[in-house]
Design a protein around this ligand. Structure first.
Ligand code: GLV
Ligand code: MG
Length: 325
């Protein structure tokens, strides 16, 4: 390990993160009864300009009056390039800051963006005498944000998570797609011809690099990487596949832009019983190996060593966190 230690952000379950437009009171009420780990009440892109003020009021009321149970509550503010943003922060944090856990910052581009919001939130918290510190979740969804992702990830002690905002990222990088998340038939390769001359099309994941890069920046700074939206909410299989590939790359959670996606996210982002069982067997086998003075042994015909302990511990830790929730 490096001499540099990575301090983990506050531990929270973040398997599913439900997006709820602040302008829709029924959806807000429904969200409180859902099984989402995190709910973000949106003032940004799901809210029309004419509804921004009302959405802000609805959110303040909802945070104060609805019983959200153990849910982690977040608000998505408008971008720093809009005049809505300062009121989003001032009004919501002043009037409902005690039930607010996180602020989601969209289209974050530089570490200075984070600094500016940190300063505002700190002043409001101090003025109101709040003891709890509100955390930050950043959506990496522009070319600038991705270029500066490492600086953004380390820009504030409030930082808790990085999210991949696939729709805006596509727009910002001018990727040739209009769907939100998912695969693209044009992102594929052709195999060489088979004996009969036929060729196969192998589809790829056009978001692999972006998600991986974000995961590295998040993990190098102790933050949770979370995959963003999957727009086709009628395609459960597609959603599950997208969530699985994000989990395999290291993401801890995925957005749900529709309530039907919540259970899929919770399921995919929880280690399965067999995975936890295998992890516990690895830990047990390595304990025995250590007592015999061995650093590496075989389990089920495969080599395991000290790195396997760290991999297994990640799974067991996550399972414990879920069990405690
Ligand atoms: C989320 O905000 C996205 O742009 O995908
Ligand atoms: Mg976006």
């Amino acid at each position: 390990m490096s001499f540099h230690t990575i301090e983990p952000a506050k531990a929270r379950l973040n398997r599913s993160e439900l997006a709820v437009p602040g302008s829709n009171v029924q959806m807000i009420e429904k969200a409180a009864k859902s099984s989402a780990d995190v709910v973000f009440l949106d003032m940004e892109d799901a809210v029309a300009p004419s509804d921004k003020e009302q959405a802000r009021k609805n959110i303040i009321e909802a945070l104060n009056d609805i019983d959200w149970g153990k849910k982690t509550m977040s608000i998505r503010i408008n971008g720093l390039d809009t005049h809505y943003m300062y009121r989003d922060i001032v009004d919501v944090v002043e009037q409902a800051g005690s039930r607010l856990d996180l602020i989601m910052i969209p289209k974050v581009g530089t570490a200075s963006d984070v600094y500016a919001i940190d300063m505002m939130v700190t002043q409001i918290e101090d003025a109101k005498g709040y003891q709890k510190r509100i955390g930050f979740e950043h959506i990496i969804e522009t070319a600038l944000g991705m270029q500066n992702v490492h600086e953004i990830a380390s820009a504030s002690k409030r930082n808790e998570s990085l999210h991949f905002g696939v729709a805006d990222y596509a727009a910002s990088t001018r990727a040739r797609t209009t769907i939100i998340g998912g695969v693209n038939p044009d992102y594929s390769v052709l195999t060489d011809p088979n004996e009969d001359g036929s060729r196969e099309v192998h589809w790829g994941d056009m978001w692999h690099y972006a998600i991986s890069r974000m995961v590295v920046a998040a993990r190098a700074n102790g933050l949770r990487p979370v995959d963003g939206p999957f727009g086709d909410f009628s395609d459960s299989d597609g959603y599950i596949a997208a969530a699985k590939r994000a989990a395999v790359l290291g993401c801890e959670g995925k957005w749900a832009i529709h309530p039907s996606q919540i259970t899929h996210a919770n399921e995919v982002m929880s280690p399965s019983i067999s995975e936890v069982d295998k992890a516990n067997r690895i830990l047990e086998a390595m304990k025995i190996a250590a007592s015999e003075g061995k650093g590496a042994v075989s389990l089920d015909g495969r080599l395991i060593d000290y790195a396997s302990i760290r991999q297994a511990e990640v799974l067991v830790e996550k399972a414990n966190q879920i069990a405690e929730n």
